[in-house]
Design a protein around this ligand. Structure first.
Ligand code: ATP
Ligand code: MG
Length: 503
């Protein structure tokens, strides 16, 4: 039973407990009402008819010369019964033994009446109910009126009158008799029923949010957490439903559940994204490394097999190509490590003030030869400035190198690459502009994604893995700087970012 009860829903259990309480209270109240009403009726009956027995004794002759006059008594009792059918008359001797009576002889169950009750009745004050033996039953007591009978000042017996002979004998008969009580009971039952329904309704109202929460959890459990749509919908609905500013415990629980779900959902999405990125990275890495590795191995094998037949020049050529492939592999691996390191979130930034034109000059120096080969002019504006910024020199060197390398590579001979430094309020704006081929509009939003190569890239170009700008963006993120790009196809491209001015 206990198990069965605890397995039911909260609402069902509350409803059952309330229903049982109301039932117990209702039944108990009706019994108390009936009993008190009956006691009241009996008290009123006894008070009203208290003088009935003395009156009969005074006005009717029941004893003749100390002996009961049975024919006169029978006559008297018969007359009195006609006047008051609810009374039963008994003539008792001084010990309480029944000498004569008005009732049906077959129904009489006692021969004597306890005389103490009669004495108590005679001596008691006007108020206060006194019960005496009912001759019709060996156990039952009833209200009565009694009076002693004297003959020449000598006590010869008692007249004992049972009041309300057969009425109000049981509660059921009382209810059927009294319309008032009937209405009262109905009214009470209706009131109780109404209160019960109200309580059930209110309980339902209180437990509904819990039911809702339970349904959501079950729904989520059934749909599985991989159905992120479901979790997102539940979070969305709950955000509107639960109020986290209220003291209501169920609302607090609902909010906590929503927050937990939201967090889990975000983490699940993160895990999925990371997993997806990991897969993509693996496929890119294997693809990027495969070509230079194949080339490296191919040239080395060919050189090894034909070593004796190759001229010195051919040998040098073979080794140079193999070396170039090895350099590409080395660069790619280095970039991948750099990106992974930047993603790990454990990168230290050594911020220090330094001269920005000096750094730009160094970078331009590095690319001078390759620029000259492509007949591209490298400029810095303004030419001889003393602009100082705060940042990590090594990381910013990588930023400028990446941008410069891209710019030279995507600019046709005769073009130019310009690095412009413009001191502003507390920052220095940096622009790297080229007069190159530009980036197609559709590719612009993606150029900072790792492994993204825009449509302008040379097909089959395996020397570049599309990691440079992704690394550049992360390096500038560490400097709280955001890099932006504007580009026009066949006109040129400009990358812009800002650095913190020193002092
Ligand atoms: N200055 C530029 N002009 C035109 N296109 C550019 C320029 N800079 C970058 N891009 C385009 O953006 C793409 C991404 O650049 P990113 O530097 O990330 O990769 P990558 O240069 O191809 O390879 P990596 O830098 O790893 O050697 C390039 O492939 C190129 O298509
Ligand atoms: Mg690049």
């Amino acid at each position: 039973m206990n198990n069965w009860f605890t397995r039911q829903s909260l609402y069902a259990r509350l409803a059952l407990v309330i229903f049982c309480s109301f039932l117990v209270v209702g039944v108990f109240s009706v019994i108390v009402l009936m009993r008190s009403s009956r006691a009241y009726q009996q008290e009123v009956t006894q008070i009203m008819h208290r003088d009935l027995a003395p009156f009969v004794v005074d006005h009717y002759l029941l004893f003749n010369e100390g002996k009961p006059d049975l024919s006169a008594i029978e006559h008297t009792f018969h007359d009195l019964m006609i006047l008051g059918p609810n009374f039963e008359f008994y003539l008792l001797d001084t010990q309480g033994k029944i000498l004569a009576y008005s009732a049906d002889p077959t129904k009489i169950k006692r021969k004597t009446i306890q005389i103490e009750d009669i004495k108590r009745f005679s001596s008691s004050a006007k108020r206060g109910i006194v019960f005496g033996d009912d001759p019709r039953s060996s156990t039952r007591k009833k209200v009565f009126s009694a009076a002693p009978i004297y003959n020449k000042n000598k006590l010869v017996g008692y007249l004992y009158v049972i009041l309300g002979s057969e009425i109000y004998d049981d509660i059921a008969s009382m209810v059927t008799e009294s319309q008032m009580i009937k209405w009262g009971v109905w009214l009470f039952a209706a009131g109780l029923g109404f209160a019960l329904l109200t309580m059930l309704w209110v309980t339902g109202l209180f437990t509904r949010p819990l039911t809702r929460l339970t349904q959501q959890i079950t729904h989520l459990q059934k749909s599985g957490f991989d159905q992120q749509q479901v979790a997102a919908e539940v979070v969305e609905q709950n955000l509107q439903h639960w109020r986290d500013d209220s003291d209501n415990e169920i609302h607090t629980l609902g909010c906590a559940f929503t927050q937990l779900l939201d967090k889990l959902n975000q983490q699940y999405t993160n895990v999925l994204t990371i997993d997806q990125l990991r897969k993509e990275l693996l496929s890119h890495v294997s693809h990027d490394l495969r070509t230079p590795l194949a080339s490296l191995l191919g040239y080395l094998e060919t050189w090894e097999m034909n070593r004796d037949n190759l001229s010195e020049q051919q040998s040098t050529e073979y080794i140079a190509i193999a070396r170039k492939s090895a350099e590409r592999i080395s660069k790619l691996v280095e970039q991948l490590f750099e990106l992974a390191h930047l993603d790990s979130g454990t990168v230290q930034v050594n911020r220090e003030p330094f001269s920005l034109p000096e750094l730009v000059q160094d970078v331009m120096q590095k690319f001078q030869i390759s620029a000259q080969e492509k007949q591209i002019t490298l400029n810095m504006e303004p030419k001889n400035s003393h602009i100082r910024v705060v940042g990590d020199i090594e990381k910013l060197d990588r930023v400028f190198s990446n941008l410069m390398e891209n710019a030279i590579r995507h600019t046709n001979p005769g073009g130019s690459v310009t690095i412009r430094l413009s001191p502003e309020n507390r920052t220095v704006a940096v622009e790297v502009t080229d007069t190159g081929i530009g980036i197609p509009e559709v590719d612009v939003p993606h150029v900072f994604d790792a492994h993204y190569k825009a449509g302008n890239s040379v097909r089959g170009n395996t020397a570049h893995g599309g990691l440079g700008l992704a690394i550049t963006k992360k390096l500038l993120d560490l400097h709280q700087s955001r890099i932006r790009v504007t580009s026009q196809v066949n006109e040129g491209t400009t990358f812009q970012f800002q650095l913190e001015a020193a002092g």
